[in-house]
Design a protein around this ligand. Structure first.
Ligand SMILES: [Ca+2]
Ligand SMILES: [Ca+2]
Ligand SMILES: [Ca+2]
Length: 205
């Protein structure tokens, strides 16, 4: 199922946005930075812009490019992705539960996805995640919320939990991928995390 289909379903099925509320006037349907057009500027919007900048075959529509140009200089550049990440997004990609006031990935986030995935797999209608939350759950931007997204989430949770820096964020890359060809590949970070931390003298404290 494409992201478009998922969003259509969710929009039809779950109009009430519980975690987020924004007043967007009818004249300006989408705020600057709301590239995925779900009504809130989040880490998912940042991730889309970041991937657009990193991967040639990932495209945005004309309207999305206008929304992505958040510094309004007429082009979509790293400066727009940085501004989105540092100043505009209200929560990080993966923070499905929106842990206000600190936006972080906790185990509740992959848990949300696994519950959703289990219900979907069992053929049960499960619409407790709204469109904004579904977008935040799509860690690898493939338009589907599935186990891969929860694996990436748990990986990033572990990386941060053992005190490692998120190297992708350090390098201005704001999305994740399990594809080793992608600039946003997370596999190396996962392999490093626990074993090398102990090898480097980590005592468990
Ligand atoms: Ca958005
Ligand atoms: Ca710009
Ligand atoms: Ca996904």
């Amino acid at each position: 199922m494409t992201r478009k289909n998922i969003l259509s379903l969710l929009t039809a099925g779950a109009m009430g946005i519980t975690c987020f509320s924004m007043n967007i006037s009818a004249e300006s349907a989408y705020a600057a930075g709301d590239v995925d057009m779900d009504g809130v500027v989040t880490g998912h919007d940042t991730a889309m812009v970041s991937r657009y900048l990193q991967e040639e075959d990932y495209t945005l529509t004309e309207e999305q490019l206008v929304l992505a140009d958040v510094d309004a200089d007429g082009e979509v550049t790293q400066a727009d992705a940085d501004k989105l990440y540092n100043e505009m997004q209200v929560c990080v990609l993966g923070d499905v539960t929106n842990d206000d006031p600190y936006s972080v990935i906790t185990l509740n986030d992959p848990s949300c996805i696994l519950n959703y995935y289990s219900y979907m797999g069992a053929g049960v209608s499960y619409n407790e995640m709204n469109a904004v939350e579904m977008n935040l759950a799509d860690m690898n931007l493939d338009g589907v919320v599935d186990i891969t997204d929860s694996v990436i989430m748990m990986g990033m949770y572990a990386v941060v939990g053992v005190g490692l820096k998120n190297e992708l964020l350090e390098n201005g890359i704001y999305y994740y991928s399990m594809n080793s060809e992608s600039p946003a590949y997370v596999g190396d970070m996962f392999e490093y995390s626990i074993a090398d931390q102990y090898k480097d003298g980590y005592s468990g404290n």
